[in-house]
Design a protein around this ligand. Structure first.
Ligand SMILES: [Zn+2]
Length: 220
């Protein structure tokens, strides 16, 4: 891709697929092997920027960044870190909307590797299965912790919940600020982005409006 195209893809935040693009050999190396390789490469980046890596304050940065990438910011790339989503029989036959709102989004933009922060609001109408509430938060956290595009993040959460809960009746709304929009490029500090993905009964406008009414007081 030429440099103009690279900038265009970044500034328009274009995603190419619902699945995160991963190499076939993505998980052949252990976490420790990845940390030591990234440490080596990040040190080179710092040196290219002209930093004196022997300075006491800087010398540990390559390791800190490498560990942060593998173990924290991007732990959600590795399927072995996916939370166990145990579901239960819907014994009370609860069949109305259940809303889990203000779920923290801590993610990173895959085009600039800068933070995306905000909230997810999720609702579903149970059929035979229900899920522990904190599991929804854990699932959001997992998909957020990989290089992301907001539209894809919303879709990945939606599809996983639809599969797990064995119903299409799920809605996922994400409202977030992108540091790559506020701190570089257009440098707009106030704008934020909302994405909304849904299926089943939420294709009905009234049902969708019921959900929106519940969450309308939320701000980022
Ligand atoms: Zn970006």
């Amino acid at each position: 891709m030429d440099k103009n195209n690279i900038e265009t893809v970044g500034d328009n935040h274009i995603a190419t697929s619902v699945d995160t693009p991963l190499r076939k050999n993505a998980f052949l190396k252990s976490d420790d092997e990845k940390i030591s390789a990234i440490q080596h490469h990040f040190k080179k980046i710092m040196e290219e920027l002209g930093l004196d890596i022997t300075d006491d304050s800087l010398s540990g940065t390559p390791y800190r960044v490498a560990k942060m990438y593998v173990k924290e910011l991007f732990y959600g790339l590795d399927p072995k870190n996916k939370p166990k989503l145990s579901v239960f029989e819907n014994k009370y036959a609860y069949n109305k909307m259940l809303v889990e709102q203000n779920i923290t989004i801590d993610s990173s933009c895959e085009h600039h590797f800068l933070p995306i922060t905000g909230f997810a609001h999720i609702a579903y109408v149970p059929k035979d299965k229900v899920i522990g509430l904190s599991k929804i938060n854990r699932l959001v956290d997992y998909y957020a912790h990989r290089p992301q595009v907001q539209e894809r993040l919303s879709l990945q959460i939606l599809k996983d919940l639809q599969n797990t809960l064995e119903t299409q009746d799920v809605i996922v709304m994400v409202t977030a600020k992108h540091l790559c929009v506020s701190s570089r490029g257009i440098k707009d500090k106030n704008s934020f982005t909302t994405t909304i993905e849904y299926g089943g009964c939420f294709t009905n406008e009234q049902t969708r409006n019921d959900f929106l009414k519940i969450i309308e007081k939320t701000t980022v």
